[in-house]
Design a protein around this ligand. Structure first.
Ligand code: COA
Length: 203
């Protein structure tokens, strides 16, 4: 007789929030966030429509508000952990991020991020991804944290390299860009938080 595999119901996993660094407060979406997402998308749309598969059509406040409320629900259900990172001084959202495609049994999580044009070049994406990497290992008992980027997305690759992720695989023709180009996808992983750039963090 084989022993059945016991799998935890992810809804029962406690996820401490918010996560704070010296510069950022990182939290799940909540009602009212939609308009801020729309504003951030509008200033960044040309770049987002280059790289992000969800960036089609035009940013719309009602649609974004619905996405934020649905994402809050998915966070509670643990099916996806979308998060927003706010600059603690200005209160502005500076990174749209989260832990996605989560495998709660294997404890494997994937970080995603985008930064509004006006907030680029200040290390916010690197700081948020550093924080979520630490959070995944230390608060969620991660075995592995993944970040991927499409071939040619050098800004995203730079974030990944700054955080000491190592290349795990290159999937040939692994992703389709919004303009329908099919390109390779680079997949990087970390198996612990050792050697990440120093970061004061609490949750
Ligand atoms: C990928 C993306 C988030 C990178 O944004 P970014 O602003 O370049 O990244 P960071 O916020 O980490 O900032 C890094 C830059 O700030 C500088 N910087 C300033 N202060 C810093 C600090 N305290 N820590 C780290 N970097 C700092 C770095 O030197 C770097 O500048 P450089 O690009 O001139 O070398 C952004 O290009 C983006 O949103 N792209 C579209 C969406 C996307 O492709 N997402 C990834 C999908 S895989």
């Amino acid at each position: 007789m084989t022993t059945p595999i016991t799998r935890i119901n992810p809804v029962l996993i406690d996820i401490p929030m918010p996560v704070e660094t010296d510069r950022l407060t990182i939290r799940p979406p909540q009602p009212g966030d939609g308009i801020r997402v729309t504003e951030a998308k509008r200033e960044t749309w040309a770049d987002l429509t280059r790289w992000m598969d969800w960036a089609t059509g035009e940013p719309d406040p009602s649609a974004d508000e619905a996405v934020m409320r649905e994402a809050q629900a998915r966070f509670i259900l643990r099916t996806d952990l979308m998060m927003l990172a706010f600059d603690r001084t200005t209160g502005k959202p500076v990174v749209f991020t989260g832990l996605h495609r989560n495998n709660w049994h294997a404890r494997i999580f994937e970080i995603g991020y985008w930064v509004p044009t006006s907030a680029r070049g200040q290390g916010y994406a690197t700081e948020a991804a550093n924080a979520l990497t630490r959070f995944a290992f230390q608060a969620l008992a991660a075995r592995k944290v993944i970040i991927t980027h499409a071939a040619g997305n050098e800004a995203s690759a730079a974030v990944i390299h700054r955080l000491g992720y190592t290349l795990e695989s290159v999937e040939r023709f692994g992703t389709t860009l919004p303009d329908s180009t099919v390109v390779d996808q680079y997949r990087y992983a970390r198996f612990d938080a050792n050697g990440l750039p120093d970061l004061a963090i609490r949750w």
